[in-house]
Design a protein around this ligand. Sequence first.
Ligand code: HEM
Ligand code: HEM
Length: 214
Amino acid sequence: MATYERHHCWSLLLRLFHWMFALSIIFLIVTGFYINTPWTNTMIEGSASFPMATMRYIHYIAAYVLSSAVLIRLFLYIFGNAQERVWDILPITGRNLNNLKMTLLQYSYISNKHDERLGHNILAGLAYLLTFIAALLMIVSGFYMLYPESAFWAKWGVMLFGSQQFARYLHHITMWWFMIFAVVHIYLCIWNDCTEPEGLISSIFTGAKFKHKA
Ligand code: HEM
Ligand code: HEM
């Protein structure tokens, strides 16, 4: 029988980041869809109730939560523990390249060999990094749409996006990345937890993972 030992893996700050990020994105997607295509009768806006104003208000509260989460992750990419730093997930060492190859083979059911490692596997780590960059794009385009007349955004927004309409287009298209990511992410977390008894899902609550005893 295999024996496992418990290892501390994720700091409290990383777990806080995860749940701030995940929950704010759920609110942002739902309210974002409403801003795009309001599904209530907006003729009541301003008389019986304020559905659009309320949805936009929730969007902006969630936007500040997301922005704080992104700042936390930026800090952890530089100053976090060994598993949290950005170097740990970049395919720039032989060990990381090998992990990427083994993960791709395992996920495509070509091999069932699993490269045991405390942090994220490299494929997951790269997807998370891309999601972090997508979140930066949402923040920049979102704040440009929110404060287009402020001196800062009037200069940088126009320089980066040209028009507000183009920023809105990118903001909308990028939302689809988060929706696709969330579905694949949750599926792969469950798949991994069923295939390898490392306690992957509980690690994002407790901060601990399990590895074979050496
Ligand atoms: C993952 C994060 C986010 C998602 C999925 C999201 C989604 C959306 C969507 C779908 C829309 C409607 C755009 C359209 O009409 O097609 C929207 C509008 C908007 N979002 Fe976001 N958003 C996110 C983050 C943010 C952030 C960080 C801000 C920053 C303040 C922000 C500010 C805005 C603003 C100002 C609008 C325009 C509201 C209007 O036209 O009345 N969003 N968002
Ligand atoms: C029931 C819902 C969810 C569960 C159980 C869950 C679970 C997990 C687990 C176990 C990890 C660590 C995986 C690993 O080591 O590779 C993780 C990481 C991550 N999750 Fe989720 N997740 C959920 C929802 C979401 C959602 C909705 C998002 C955003 C759209 C999200 C974004 C992320 C990100 C960005 C990371 C990487 C953390 C880092 O930067 O180190 N998660 N999640």
